[in-house]
Design a protein around this ligand. Structure first.
Ligand code: NAD
Length: 465
């Protein structure tokens, strides 16, 4: 059977769904394919949301451990009920997915297809339903199929699990060796070390979180080692993983010697790669390189009329980036390629470590590469009233500012609630605000946000007086 739609969208995650809703709201007919039958994608089922549900439980455990700091004494006989944590996770995930599906289906011109789509021509995709093959012909197509864990070619790697599997693990492991100190590896260590798991992180590069401001990452590294008893090996090369009778052994080269660490679980978190298997892209001239589908500045692939967004095109693999790209694809379909995404300033990035890391715009290193003269300074949370009250006066805010204009190029934070505080920074950086603009605003006292204003005034006095 053959059907038609204005736009066909392959993938129901944070890229595909907002694109579908936008096009539907403008009167288009949309066919949305999702092979799992559920809306939400990696973010909802295998990434951002389940990991943050675990982080929230880890935070509660930490708060209980530190409760005497708040003048509360007594015996607290608590234990983490892991099946209860998993049940809570399932409830939240299902509620969110169902709500998204109901909303999508409330548009009469939406057709949701619970099947895998495959290109047969540049404007036609095939799928199977009820044992029969069908074709959808569309004026435009958006590929938003996301990513999967990259599995490095290391001997014995089949003994390791990916973050997708970790998010459904049925018990709290005694010990875990984590290969890769990117956001996934560091968040896993942050969660499970609070739950009592002995965590060892093995990173190939000389430092953790290579995409984060180096001072911020260095500050976290110190805290993880000293306060959270996480063993960290940077500049370490994993050579093999061996199954032993009781556990798994990760063998790695570190500081010129062969080292071994035994762990119940080995997590491999060394990046993600585009999910393109089974799409039939090669048959219709849609090109892909090692990082993702090739797209032009309007997110159009090498096949005219076919767009792509989110993790499948590589770059910044954040749900919020996928959403802004998905909306750009939709707008370009409607208006004929007018919307470009400006990647000059990296989008807001987060790591839900303890304390949290958040950043927006250029790091010092990136400003140097772009040959932009800049000034920088920090506001330490040790002097912050609200952070002291919350007993979490660890970390700092750092501004990177263009020297000649006073324009705020980047904001980098490590500290309490950084994941929420960064939104103000996103507005400042994206609107081209200057130190003077920020210094001239009134922020409430006592609040974690006032450090931004204090820092702006400090920098004006220090560099421009
Ligand atoms: P990543 O690419 O960000 O980090 C992987 C790390 O593994 C790097 O530091 C790399 O040097 C290291 N590595 C690579 N090969 C190695 C090896 N053989 N041995 C040891 N170390 C090795 O990847 P990730 O942490 O898996 O995250 C994947 C994507 O998901 C990223 O784009 C990330 O930004 C995104 N993500 C975002 C969040 C968030 O926003 N909070 C959370 C998790 C993941």
């Amino acid at each position: 059977m053959s059907e038609s739609a204005d736009t066909a969208i392959i993938g129901g995650g944070p890229g595909g769904v907002p694109a579908a809703l936008f096009l539907l709201s403008k009167g288009q007919s949309v066919c949305l394919f999702e092979t799992t039958g559920n809306l939400g994608g990696t973010c909802l089922f295998e990434g951002c949301i389940p990991s943050k549900i675990f982080i929230e439980t880890a935070k509660k455990v930490r708060a209980l451990k530190n409760i005497s700091n708040f003048g509360i004494e007594g015996q607290f006989n608590y234990k983490v009920n892991w099946p209860g944590v998993l049940k809570r996770k399932e409830t939240i995930l299902n509620r969110r997915s169902q709500a998204a599906l109901s909303h999508l289906k409330s548009f009469p011109k939406c057709r949701f297809i619970d099947a895998q789509a495959k290109f047969v021509e540049a404007n036609k995709v095939a799928y199977s339903e009820g044992g029969k093959d069908h074709i959808v012909e569309a004026k435009n197509i958006i590929i938003a199929t996301g990513s999967i864990s990259f599995i490095p070619p290391v001997e014995g790697i089949k003994e390791a699990i990916t973050s997708e599997a970790l998010l459904s693990i049925d018990h709290i492991p005694q010990s875990m060796a984590i290969i890769g100190a990117g956001p996934i590896g560091i968040e896993a260590a942050a969660i499970f070390s609070q739950m009592g798991t002995k965590c060892t992180v093995i990173e190939m590069l000389p430092r953790i979180l290579p995409n984060v401001d180096k001072e911020v990452a260095g500050h976290l590294e110190g805290i993880l080692k000293k306060e959270q008893a996480i063993d960290l090996f940077t500049g370490a090369k994993v050579t093999k993983i061996v199954k032993t009778s009781a556990a798994k052994q990760v063998v790695f080269d570190y500081a010129g010697k062969t080292q071994k660490v035994e762990a119940e679980i080995v997590l491999v978190a060394v990046g993600r790669r585009p999910r393109i298997e089974g799409l039939g892209l090669d048959k219709v001239g849609i090109e892909c390189d090692h990082s993702g589908l090739r797209v032009n500045e309007f997110l159009e692939t090498t096949q005219k009329g076919v767009y792509a967004c989110g993790d499948v095109i590589g770059g910044y693999m954040y749900a919020h980036t996928a959403t802004s790209e998905g909306l750009a694809c939709a707008k370009n379909i409607l208006s004929g390629n007018k919307v470009k995404i400006d990647y000059f300033y990296p989008p807001a990035g987060l790591v839900f470590s303890e304390p949290e890391i958040a950043s927006c715009g250029l790091t010092e290193d990136e400003a140097e590469i772009k040959a932009i003269p800049f000034i920088t300074d920090k506001y330490p949370y040790q002097m912050d009233a609200r952070a002291q009250i919350a007993a979490s006066a660890e970390g700092f805010i750092k501004l990177v500012v263009e020297k000649t204009t006073g324009k705020i190029l980047g904001v980098h934070m490590i500290g309490p609630d950084a994941s929420n505080l960064i939104s103000e920074a996103a507005v400042l950086v994206s609107s081209g605000a200057t130190l003077k603009d920020l210094a001239g605003t009134v922020h409430p006292h006592p609040s974690l946000s006032e450090g931004m204003v204090v820092l702006a005034r400090q920098m004006l006095a220090k560099f421009y007086a």
